[in-house]
Design a protein around this ligand. Structure first.
Ligand SMILES: Nc1ncnc2c1ncn2[C@@H]1O[C@H](COP(=O)(O)OP(=O)(O)OP(=O)(O)O)[C@@H](O)[C@H]1O
Ligand SMILES: [Mg+2]
Length: 135
C-alpha cells in the first residue's frame, strides 16, 4: 500500500515512528532522488530525541546524539561500489546504535544487515505529496 502524504503528514508519521522504535533497530529507505527519504529520516530522528540533524551532507555516516544513544544515518548514495560497504563497521553500528537509518540501501548490496522494516518513498503526480510504502 502506498499512502500519499503531505510533508507535514510524512514528518508527523516519522516522529511517531521514532518514538516507538525499540533500541538497535535498523530501517532502510528506498526511493528516487528527492522522494523524501532524508525528510522522513530526520523526522524519525527527532522522534528518537535528536535535537538537530545538521551533520555535513558529504559524510557517509552521520552520527546524531539521541535520548537512549547514538542514531546513525547512513547515506549509501555516497558508495561508489557495494564493496565499499564492507569497510563499514556494521557490527559496531548495530551494537552501539539506538537506530540505524539507511538511505539508498540497494547501494550497500549484500553487506547490508537484515532491516527490521523497509520503506520506499514515491514521487506522485501531486507535487505536494509523496507516497510512503512499507515494502
Ligand atoms: N510530501 C512531501 N514529503 C517529503 N518531502 C516533500 C514533500 N513535499 C515536498 N517535499 C520536498 O521534497 C524534498 C525531498 O527531499 P529529500 O532530501 O527528503 O529527498 P531524498 O529522497 O532524501 O533525496 P536524495 O535521494 O537526493 O537524498 C524536500 O525539499 C521536501 O521539502
Ligand atoms: Mg537524501
Amino acid at each position: 500500500m502506498i499512502r500519499p502524504l503531505t510533508q507535514a503528514e510524512l514528518e508527523a508519521e516519522g516522529v511517531a515512528l521514532g518514538r516507538s522504535l525499540p533500541p538497535g533497530t535498523l530501517l532502510t529507505f528506498e526511493g528516487e532522488l528527492g522522494a523524501g527519504k532524508t525528510t522522513f529520516i530526520k523526522a524519525i530522528a527527532r522522534g528518537l530525541g535528536v535535537a538537530a540533524a545538521t551533520s555535513p551532507t558529504y559524510a557517509l555516516v552521520h552520527r546524531y546524539r539521541a535520548r537512549r544513544g547514538p542514531v546513525f544515518h547512513l547515506d549509501c548514495f555516497r558508495l561508489r561500489a557495494p564493496d565499499e560497504a564492507a569497510d563499514l563497521d556494521w557490527e559496531g553500528l548495530l551494537g552501539e546504535g539506538d537506530a540505524i537509518l539507511v538511505e539508498w540501501p540497494e547501494r550497500a548490496g549484500a553487506w547490508l544487515p537484515q532491516p527490521a522494516r523497509r520503506f520506499r518513498l514515491h514521487h506522485l503526480p501531486d507535487a505536494d505529496r509523496r507516497g510512503l510504502e512499507i515494502v
